[in-house]
Design a protein around this ligand. Structure first.
Ligand SMILES: CC(C)(COP(=O)(O)OP(=O)(O)OC[C@H]1O[C@@H](n2cnc3c(N)ncnc32)[C@H](O)[C@@H]1OP(=O)(O)O)[C@@H](O)C(=O)NCCC(=O)NCCS
Length: 189
């Protein structure tokens, strides 16, 4: 029997192992990972699936900011993912079940601005549509064509021109790592 639970701190190691298997060692080079650096997943919204005690599925949420490049404003949003199911347990509906639970919990918690980077062919069944023709870029300018948003309320709230930025960018730089200002150089030597 498959059971579904909110992710707990002790699940973290098994989740990372499952993500290594599902996405391979390259996963950290994806643009979405730069949004996760130094940011913790929202575990109260994240789910795991288990089969006979083994963790076989995971879906997580991360906080992000959507910056409006015209107005200069910044809105909070959720980045859904990664979503992964153990290869030997795929096509049994576990991914779909994780998605529906995750979206229901996020909506019930008041979040309706939910984005993800993924295959439209899979995620359209959960109400996700391409962000295009809105021009919203991911870090590094990658993956814009795979950026999806949950319709319809979310789409209406997105800027026409924007970029996804890490919530870590909004954190103050700790004094210990603050870069000292270089002494002013004379304009002409
Ligand atoms: C995507 C994934 C989470 C789906 O999990 P799952 O438990 O197999 O999902 P479900 O059982 O709910 O749905 C399976 C269906 O989705 C389809 N599907 C899976 N990945 C798909 C994709 N990238 N594009 C289109 N359809 C896809 C399967 O072919 C299957 O179709 P069927 O029902 O007609 O047989 C799983 O395949 C996985 O972990 N893949 C590797 C990691 C990954 O790619 N994550 C998503 C990032 S885009």
């Amino acid at each position: 029997m498959i059971t579904f639970d909110q992710e707990r701190a002790f699940d973290s190691a098994q989740v990372e192992t499952l993500l290594d298997v599902a996405f391979g060692p390259d996963r950290f080079s994806k643009s979405s990972y730069s949004l996760r650096e130094n940011v913790a997943p929202l575990t109260h919204l994240s789910w795991v699936a288990r089969h006979e005690g083994r963790l076989v599925g995971t879906v997580r949420f991360w906080p992000i900011h959507v910056q409006d490049m015209i107005r200069g404003t910044k809105e909070q949003a959720l980045l859904l993912g990664p979503l992964a199911v153990a290869p030997d347990m795929q096509s049994h509906g576990i991914g779909g079940d994780l998605m529906r639970r995750a979206l229901a919990r996020a909506n019930a918690s008041g979040h309706d601005r939910i984005l993800l980077v993924g295959d439209h062919a899979y995620y359209s069944r959960f109400g996700f549509e391409h962000v295009l023709p809105r021009y919203i870029t991911m870090p590094g300018g990658k993956d814009a064509r795979r950026l999806l948003v949950r319709q319809p309320a979310t789409m209406a709230s997105l800027p026409a021109v924007g970029k996804i930025v890490s919530v870590a960018d909004a954190l103050p730089v700790p004094a210990a790592v603050a870069v000292p200002r270089a002494p002013a150089l004379p304009l002409c030597a």
